[in-house]
Design a protein around this ligand. Structure first.
Ligand code: G5P
Ligand code: MG
Length: 223
């Protein structure tokens, strides 16, 4: 069974920095970072990310991956994500939140509120390494060599769904689906919302919040 140390999800619109914040959480607190969007991209085998049925079912049960700290995750038989760590992109709808309730009680939910114009700018400058899901940004965290992944030397790609017209549609879809999810967690008193235009300014607050729940393995400055 998965450890009961901390179960957290990070919610936010496309480009709000869920992946970026979760990577920092994973490093700072020794947790596994899970991304439902990345699972979908891997299972669909492309750079895009649309879920064909709008559900996080990826056809069968992926192998559990052990993290360096032994905390782990797996999908349950119905395609709901059972998480122990910091999870992005799930739950995305009220139905998914209810499915998650049946298998896991969340300790906290982080919601990122970022202005739309900022999201568009970020996504147009995003490049990813498809195999690992590593994310770069030409302004914020550029690769050492343009178009090349720092660790593997493999080429970076732009996600199909980062095109401006796709971004607008994703944002609308997110707003409709996420509202009841956010209300649900707010009513439970586990929602923590952070607003701003810069991840580096939001991050210290997220770090402080999590430090009150779980001991960090890295100091804030080490990130
Ligand atoms: P995803 O992959 O979960 P989205 O749309 O929810 O996709 P996305 O686009 O991956 O979220 P993010 O993770 O919130 O965005 O943001 P990020 O990648 O960390 O940051 C965005 C960019 O900004 C990066 O280049 C980063 O370096 C940069 N950045 C971060 N902070 C700053 C900053 O302060 N300044 C600047 N200048 N840049 C910064 O899901 C994809 C699709 O899969 C499906 C959906 O169709 C979804 O659209 N899907 C699901 N479908 C059903 N159910 C689910 N549970 C699903 N989950 C995914
Ligand atoms: Mg992401």
């Amino acid at each position: 069974m998965a450890s009961k140390l901390l179960r957290a999800v990070v919610l936010g619109p496309p480009g709000s920095g869920k992946g970026t914040v979760c990577e920092r959480i994973a490093r700072s607190f020794g947790l596994q970072h899970l991304s439902s969007g990345q699972f979908l991209r891997e299972s669909l085998g492309g750079g895009g990310g649309e879920c064909p049925r709008g559900r996080p079912v990826v056809g069968g049960r992926p192998q559990p991956r052990a993290s360096s700290t032994g905390r782990r995750w797996e999908w349950d038989g119905d395609g709901a994500l059972f998480c122990c760590g910091a999870c992005t992109g799930f739950p995305r709808t009220l139905g998914q939140a209810e499915a998650l309730d049946r298998i896991c009680e969340l300790d906290l939910v982080i919601s990122l509120n970022i202005p739309f114009e900022t999201l568009k700018d970020r996504l147009s400058a995003r490049w990813v390494h498809p195999a690992s899901g590593r994310v770069y940004n030409m302004d914020f965290n550029p690769p050492n060599v343009q178009g090349i992944d720092d660790l593997t030397g493999e080429p970076l790609v732009q996600r199909e769904d980062d095109k401006p017209e796709a971004v607008a549609a994703r944002l609308r879809k997110y707003k409709d689906a996420a509202k009841p999810v956010i209300e649900l967690y707010k009513s439970r008193g586990i929602l923590h919302s952070f607003s701003g235009t810069e991840t580096n300014k939001i991050w210290p607050y997220v770090y402080t919040l999590l430090s009150s729940k779980i001991p960090p393995v890295l100091l804030d400055e080490e990130n």
